[in-house]
Design a protein. Structure first.
Length: 255
């Protein structure tokens, strides 16, 4: 698979401009939109998290984003290669080998997930801890794979990523699954299922037809609005987002 397809990558000197496909665009990473700066990797628009200094690289005053600096410095002289089109559907595959049984209530929720996938609709899955929310996702993910879609399960916490990786590799043993988090040695290579922390989503754009966000109530996703922007960037324009939580916010309960 083309390394630029579905991705948001820093334009490094090692990248040949001739290799960038017409489906990708080169943009300035940090831009001044009217009177305010915005980082187009992490979506940050909070002006308190931008700083300006003399840059040896461009020999001028350069503004950089402090919100996502832990993942590498993004500044006004940094360029990004961003995917501009929805990830194409891949071949239809099946891989669910989970032999468990859902309760009637779990089955009802599972059907709703499948419907959301089939109709490219968004869904909020609200259930208490231990209710089996992960198992309720299996049939919906299987439906997405059968339709050639790319799937991502993301969560704010690394420990949850590692736990989910074990369970999904047991349930989908024949499917290539990428597990991404800070310090992970795995890389994404067009894997049909991706499990990652929300910050890893900054490396993708219009990639996943089914985006599942676990623990939307957990820090930092629950208070960092720029991470919501990142999630929206990651999903394909035509697709489904499933948000999962055990503790709804007052605003979510009004939906």
């Amino acid at each position: 698979m083309d390394k630029f397809y579905g991705r948001k990558l820093q334009l490094l000197p090692t990248i040949n401009l001739q290799d960038i496909p017409p489906t990708s665009l080169v943009i300035q990473a940090v831009q001044k939109v009217k009177t305010r700066y915005q980082c187009f990797r992490c979506g940050n628009q909070n002006q308190r998290f931008f700083a300006t200094h003399f840059c040896a690289k461009c020999s001028s005053q350069c503004t950089y984003c402090r919100k996502c600096i832990i993942m590498g410095k993004m500044s006004t002289c940094t360029e990004l290669v961003i995917n501009e089109v929805d990830m194409k559907l891949d071949t239809s595959i099946t891989g669910l080998e989970w032999d468990g049984k859902l309760s009637p209530q779990q089955k009802e929720a599972s059907i709703k997930v499948v419907e959301a996938v089939n109709e490219n609709q968004n869904l909020l899955l609200w259930a208490v801890c231990g209710a089996g929310k992960t198992e309720m996702l299996f049939e919906g993910i299987e439906a997405a794979l059968q339709q050639g879609k790319f799937v991502c399960i993301t969560t704010p916490r690394v420990d949850v990523v590692l736990e989910l990786a074990i369970r999904f590799r047991q349930a989908f043993p024949t499917i290539s699954i990428a597990v991404l988090y800070g310090g992970s040695e795995e890389i994404w290579d067009g894997n049909r299922i991706t499990i990652c922390t929300v910050h890893q989503l900054m490396k993708f754009r219009h990639t996943f037809h089914l985006l599942i966000i676990d623990e939307v109530d957990a820090f930092p996703y629950n208070i960092e609005s720029h991470l919501h922007w990142v999630a929206n960037e990651t999903r394909t324009i035509k697709g489904s987002t499933v948000q999962m939580t055990a503790t709804l916010s007052s605003e979510q309960q009004l939906l």
